[in-house]
Ligand binder design. Structure first.
Ligand code: ACO
Length: 440
């Protein structure tokens, strides 16, 4: 805790959990604070002094809080998402991605002066070292852009050796600026490489998203002018993806960062976690699923297969939300605005029909499965002419600020140490080595 106050001082334990150990008959009072008990308090529960003490078993951390955090609040039951206390709906309506990124990283909305300085800092770190282009060039033409992103972000740590100074707040701030600024450039270069186009350099006159569109789609024109509706839609999508508390990739960022590695290596690990189909890869899978279904007439047949456990309804369900994901609601609105510019995506009708049937089907209702953020985002990205491989990249760019804010919070939290879970050993007990000649 940055202030040096103990967790107990800030959140005094008022309640206790009484535990009687049937093995020994001993009773224990375990303090309850913030709706949790401390796992280490269970270690006092022993059968004898030599006993290691009780542990908790929680595969996939489904009921374990691993940190205290003041960044993002989710109420999964009510479908609420707030960054630093501000509702996602208000930020999506009123804010910009860079302002929201400042809020997430610094904890407060910026003043005009702070905002302008922040935007200037990000804008003036968008250029990549020319050598980074060379390793993008080294990838095969069909390399997945997430693979390129993981590698190039990790590679960046070698360009900024001072990034190892993770306990120096000024160094941390420099790397945060660089990472937020350079991710769109890396992503755009990876895209241009995969389609065989020359790299387009950043244009400092443009907004964060405007410049990203420029680096992606600029052709022979002297300067690129983004469509304002598309630019704003992308900005809002970035706001929606900026942070989401302790999800898989954020956990990877905190866990890898807890070894005190530089932030480029930790962000590369977070991007790798995001790459998986159950996380940032889900919108790619949604699009593949919609294509495979092919028509609204085939939706009931697909739902039948989902219910039989043969396939999943991609873009549905969430570990935390047991209600409509508030981001999905906002994305649905943006989709309409984007389709006015790009034309209606024919897969939208299949998505709407899937949602309509699923929301009234007992299988989904009883399991509380609702559309998540990825259900509609892929349709927008496809309409903007992004290949599906770019979808998780479009998630990684805005999430970088969330990872960095969570990493910073972890580093200054005096309760945190290197992440190191325990296990229940299920293998052989000690046995003696058998020479190869004697093995059966
Ligand atoms: N389709 C069909 N059934 C589902 C789905 C789905 N998409 N999601 C969950 N279920 C079912 C499970 O089979 C399980 O049923 P059961 O109780 O009969 O065994 C029940 O609902 C509970 O699901 P869990 O797997 O326990 O939920 P968990 O919290 O572990 O998983 C997850 C959450 C991974 C998101 C899951 O819902 C899923 O795989 N969804 C599809 C992939 C997806 O859209 N991922 C994006 C998540 S959002 C994001 O990362 C930004």
């Amino acid at each position: 805790m940055a202030t040096g106050e103990s967790a107990e001082a800030l959140h005094p334990a008022q309640d206790t959990l009484s535990v009687t150990d049937n093995r020994t008959g001993a009773s224990y009072e375990i303090p309850i604070s913030d709706g949790t008990i401390r796992a280490m308090d269970l270690r006092k529960i022993k059968v004898d002094p030599a006993d290691f003490g009780l542990m908790t078993y929680d595969p996939a951390f489904t009921n374990t809080a691993s940190c205290r955090s003041a960044i993002t609040e989710i109420d999964g039951e009510k479908g609420v998402l707030n960054y630093r206390g501000y509702p996602i709906e208000q930020l999506a309506e009123e804010s910009t991605y860079l302002e929201t990124a400042y809020l997430i990283l610094h904890g407060e909305l910026p003043s005009r002066r702070q905002h302008d300085e922040w935007v200037h800092n990000i804008t003036h770190h968008t250029i990549l070292h020319e050598n980074i282009k060379k390793f993008i060039d080294g990838f095969r033409y069909d390399a997945h852009p997430m693979g390129m992103l993981v590698s190039t972000v990790a590679g960046m740590s070698t360009f900024y050796p001072e990034a190892k100074e993770i306990l120096d707040p000024a160094s941390r701030r420099d790397q945060q600026h660089r990472l937020i600024a350079k991710l769109p450039t890396l992503a755009a270069f990876a895209y241009r490489h995969s389609v065989g186009l020359p790299f387009a350099y950043p244009d400092n006159r443009l907004s964060y998203c405007g410049n990203f569109l420029n680096m992606l789609f600029k052709m022979t024109e002297v300067s690129y002018t983004p469509n304002p509706i598309i630019e704003r839609a992308l900005d809002v999508l970035f706001i929606l993806h900026a942070d989401h508390e302790q999800n898989c990739s954020t956990h990877a960022m905190r866990s890898v960062g807890s070894s005190h590695v530089d932030p480029y290596s930790a962000v590369a690990a977070a991007i790798a976690a995001l790459y998986g189909t159950l996380h940032g890869g889900a919108n790619e899978m949604v699009l593949r699923m919609l294509r495979a279904i092919g028509s609204t007439a085939r939706v009931p047949e697909y739902i039948k297969r989902v219910k039989a456990g043969e396939v999943k309804l991609m873009g549905f369900g969430h570990r935390v939300y047991k209600n409509y994901d508030p981001r999905a609601r906002i994305i649905k609105k943006i989709a309409d605005q984007v389709f006015e510019v790009t034309g209606r995506n024919p897969l939208l009708d299949i998505a709407l029909e899937l949602e309509r049937i699923a929301l009234q089907d007992d299988y989904f209702v009883t399991r509380r499965l609702y559309p998540n953020v990825d259900f509609y985002s892929g349709l927008i990205y496809q309409s903007l002419k992004f290949p599906v491989e770019m979808f998780p990249v479009l998630f990684a760019i805005p999430r970088t600020v969330g990872w960095l804010a969570q990493w910073e919070e972890m580093l200054v939290d005096q309760e945190q140490k290197i992440a190191r879970p325990r296990q229940i050993y299920t293998g052989h007990r000690r046995r003696d080595y058998v020479s190869m000649a004697q093995r059966a």
